[in-house]
Write a protein that binds this ligand. Structure first.
Ligand SMILES: O=C(O)CCC(=O)C(=O)O
Length: 287
């Protein structure tokens, strides 16, 4: 089962749509990643390859927003060693019930004191461009995370809510960050139960692609940095009818004209039950 998808974690993931974990990466790795976040948000890309989405850079970024880079693994080898690790791939595949896991996207998130909220959303809502339209996420906190520092919050059991016709969602600093989730809850006839991920630095959570989640403003005087790994099934294929939806326009640039395969150079397979892993991926993290 790997060391992360324990029976307790699997039971919580199935029942609630998320599970909390006290330790995902070492304290040494947390410190090393702080340094990489500093460099990445300054525009220093170790490999010379930029992330797929650069939503914030020092000097130009809006100081009130949560800083975000997507697919920082392309730019930084230490980030790659963490988000491409077979250990996380195995955990997500086992929790989601897939034969294996491939990375779709990582997120480097940095919410400094005073930064605004991240709107509630469901990850699968953005993913009409591949099939099966499923995502599993490993969220690793690089600071002690608390409700007051604007940690991520999950709506318990919301992965089981209806998946058609979700209200519009806004990720970056919306006026009312809970509103779309509350609309969805009321359509279910439910009062949402929100659970903040309060974990030490190096701890975090796993969540299901249909689980509603978002995070409040950082009302503390400490930073909140997070490294997020989003995976799909190793069997996922592009789905052309959905290319224009969600974040499809960014990631379908890697599609081939002739077939629907997701090229392993861009969406590497981290782990499969048969022991496969895309060639050329980094070894396990060294710190
Ligand atoms: O950490 C946050 O505030 C949001 C994270 C998120 O949207 C995710 O991990 O899917």
């Amino acid at each position: 089962m790997g060391d992360l998808a324990t029976p307790g974690v699997a039971a919580a993931f199935a029942a609630d749509g998320f599970a909390l974990v006290d330790r995902l990466v070492s304290e040494e790795m947390v410190v090393a990643l702080h340094d990489r976040f500093d460099r990445l948000f300054r525009g220093e890309f170790e490999t010379g390859v930029p992330p797929d989405e650069v939503n914030w850079q020092e000097g130009t970024g809006d100081l009130t927003l949560t800083r975000q880079l997507c697919n920082a693994w392309r730019a930084d080898r230490l980030v790659a060693s963490v988000v491409l690790s077979p250990r996380f791939g195995e955990a997500l595949a086992r929790l989601a019930g897939w034969p294996g896991a491939r990375i779709i996207q990582d997120n480097a998130l940095w919410k400094p004191p005073g930064a605004r909220a991240v709107g509630f959303h469901r990850d699968n809502a953005y993913l009409a461009w591949y099939q099966p339209r499923e995502m599993g996420t490993c969220w690793t906190s690089l600071d002690p995370a608390s409700a007051v520092s604007g940690t991520v919050c999950f709506s318990r059991g919301s992965h089981k809510w209806s998946t058609g016709g979700d209200p519009a969602m806004e990720f970056h600093g919306p006026e009312d960050y809970r509103a779309p989730m509350e609309v969805a809850a009321s359509a279910e006839g439910l009062v949402p139960e929100l659970v903040p991920v309060e974990v030490p630095a190096g701890g975090g959570s796993f969540h299901h692609g249909w689980t509603w989640h978002g995070s409040d403003a950082n009302r503390s005087d400490v930073h909140r940095r997070t490294l997020v790994l989003h995976c799909a099934s190793s069997e996922a294929r592009f789905h052309r009818p959905g290319f224009a939806e969600g974040n499809g326009p960014i990631y379908t640039q890697y599609a081939h004209a002739e077939d629907d395969m997701m090229d392993e150079a861009h969406f590497p397979v981290l782990w499969t039950v048969d022991g496969y892993r895309s060639p050329g991926l980094p070894g396990p993290p060294t710190v």
